[in-house]
Design a binder for this molecule. Structure first.
Ligand code: N01
Length: 491
């Protein structure tokens, strides 16, 4: 998803990306009376990651009553964990209701944004050759928007059908085909049970088994929907309960590893209950500390792996050739199709476009050794540029919408202060960024993400965690409530 919001002279504000972050930003701008902005979106439709990830079985892995805007409750979620289509419909509803639709510019891929020191304006360019001038830019381009293709020899020589999980080809019918799925992360565990009954044979290539917990999913009853609709405070209570239950698990990640040990036992129980074959059980037992990689939830993944037409292959892939996949055991697996459920470039290149700040300084260059920002939102040397879902704002334990709303609140405070005080720009002081990140990395060093003995997409190549917030969501919310002008050079 790529939302760029531009606020400017043509547009006061420009925002890039029409996913949850872009939509939230747009709604809050409008509610505060700012209408001069455009949302640039590379897709032909809004939705961001929820538009891109339409693979079979796609659904949220956080309860929908929490994975939705606090200011726009939906009383009639069909299930505890809403499916992708329903989430997309909810996002469309929000855009309609808050009059955002006219601000979107689709099929618009941003390829650069440059700050002009003299005019203090940003110029954003797109691949269609258009430019947009703006007083401020807000990137809502998402942390998981750039699919990562595996670095496997000969991948491009495969003669069958191949696609990434985030680029699912609906026109290709998997029925009766022999299909290889590479990867066993959050996407794969939803895809495998959804396609296994249809395909002739499914070969699942697993490099690292994930920790999996039972998914407390079920249909929402019509009684619950009626109650939520008639008594909004009941839904607030329910959301509050979900919120605190998730915050409790954060303790396990950051301060009380004992909680995860307990969860680890539950996960093993879940595995043992579902898988009785000792060889398969051994293959599926993780060897790293739970929580180091994202904890997955599923009730149908293990049962799918027991099917006669499904095989879990733990040999290492050495090559892909014309016919299929070759492993280090020297086995050639001939397949009709390969699904690459191999994740995203989350830590090694947060922005897919060039951003040039004061004195032409390049943001991606500045971030070569790891992305850094202040509260994941502002970066020193990049005046009036804001990020939503920027560095270290990801969560291992709860709904990203909570973080998005908090960041948007902070940006709105900054924008209002700029307007009220007639400031030309605000630019984060380098020392504020340094102090914040030193503390952040010290906190991260103690977490299971850094000590749990795994390699994950949370870290960049040098092992630095540039993606996760190492604390509770309420501490982030507290810190983003007010815009602290003293941390900024104000012009
Ligand atoms: O990607 P991943 P994902 N050879 O990076 C394997 C969110 N999400 O798309 O673990 C062989 O988790 C890799 O193996 P290993 C969620 O935040 C949310 O599944 O590195 N295998 C791993 O198994 C999630 O965390 C929902 O050893 C290779 C897999 O590919 C994030 O998106 C749903 C390989 C990648 O797993 C990413 O999830 C889906 C290679 N060369 C996703 N390269 C919700 O429900 C990689 N792998 C909200």
């Amino acid at each position: 998803m790529h939302t760029f919001t531009v606020m400017n002279t043509n547009y006061d504000y420009q925002r890039i990306g029409a996913g949850f972050a872009g939509i939230c930003m747009g709604i809050k701008l409008k509610q505060a009376g700012f209408n001069n902005f455009v949302i640039l979106e590379r897709n032909q439709q809004l939705g961001g990651t929820w538009y891109n990830n339409h693979y079979p079985g796609a659904a949220c892995d956080v309860q929908s009553h929490l994975y939705s805007f606090s200011f726009e409750p939906k009383t009639d979620w069909s299930r505890m964990f809403g499916p992708q289509k329903e989430i997309l419909q909810y996002m469309e509803h929000c855009c309609e209701k808050y009059g955002l639709t006219k601000h979107f510019k689709y099929n618009t891929t941003v390829n650069g944004a440059t700050f002009d020191d003299a005019s203090a304006l940003w110029t954003v360019s797109d691949t269609n050759g258009n430019t947009y001038t703006a007083k401020a830019v807000i990137s809502c381009s998402g942390g998981l928007s750039q699919p990562a293709l595996p670095n496997i020899k000969g991948l491009d020589t495969f003669k069958g059908k191949m696609f990434h999980s985030a680029k699912w080809d609906n026109s290709y019918n998997l029925k009766g085909k022999t299909v290889a799925v590479i990867g066993t992360g959050a996407s794969a565990i939803q895809i495998v049970p959804a396609i296994a009954p249809d395909v002739k044979s499914l070969l699942l290539f697993q490099r690292t088994p994930p920790w999996i917990m039972p998914k407390p999913d079920r249909e929402m009853s019509s009684f619950e929907k009626k109650i939520f609709s008639a008594l909004p405070f009941m839904q607030k209570l329910f959301r509050g309960w979900l919120y605190w239950a998730h915050e409790l698990t954060a303790m396990g990640f950051v301060t009380r590893p004992g909680i995860l040990k307990f969860a680890q036992r539950l996960s093993i129980k879940h595995l043992n209950k579902n898988i009785s074959d000792p060889t398969l059980r051994e293959k599926l037992t993780p060897k790293y500390t739970m929580g180091c990689k994202r904890i997955l939830i599923s009730n149908d993944y293990y049962p799918a792996l027991k099917r006669n037409n499904v095989q879990v292959i733990t040999e290492h892939i050495t090559e892909v050739n014309e016919a299929g996949v070759v492993t280090n055991a020297g086995t050639q697996y001939a397949v009709d199709a390969i699904v690459l459920a191999t994740g995203f470039h989350a830590a090694d290149g947060i922005l897919a476009f060039d951003i040039k700040g004061k004195n032409g300084v390049d943001l991606n260059e500045t971030w070569r050794d790891g992305a850094e920002a202040y509260l994941g939102t502002t970066v020193a040397g990049f005046p009036n540029m804001f990020l939503v879902v920027g560095p270290n704002t990801g969560l291992g334990h709860s709904s990203m919408i909570l973080m998005i709303e908090a960041q948007v609140q902070y940006i709105m405070e900054a924008i209002k202060a700029m307007k009220n005080n007639n400031w030309k720009y605000v630019d984060l002081k380098p020392e504020a960024q340094k102090q914040f990140n030193t503390q952040l990395q010290q906190q991260l060093a103690k977490t299971v993400w850094q000590t749990g003995g795994c390699v994950s997409w949370y870290q960049n190549k040098s092992g630095k965690n540039v993606t996760l917030w190492p604390s509770y969501t309420f501490t982030f919310k507290k810190q983003t409530e007010k815009f602290e002008a003293d941390k900024y050079e104000v012009v």
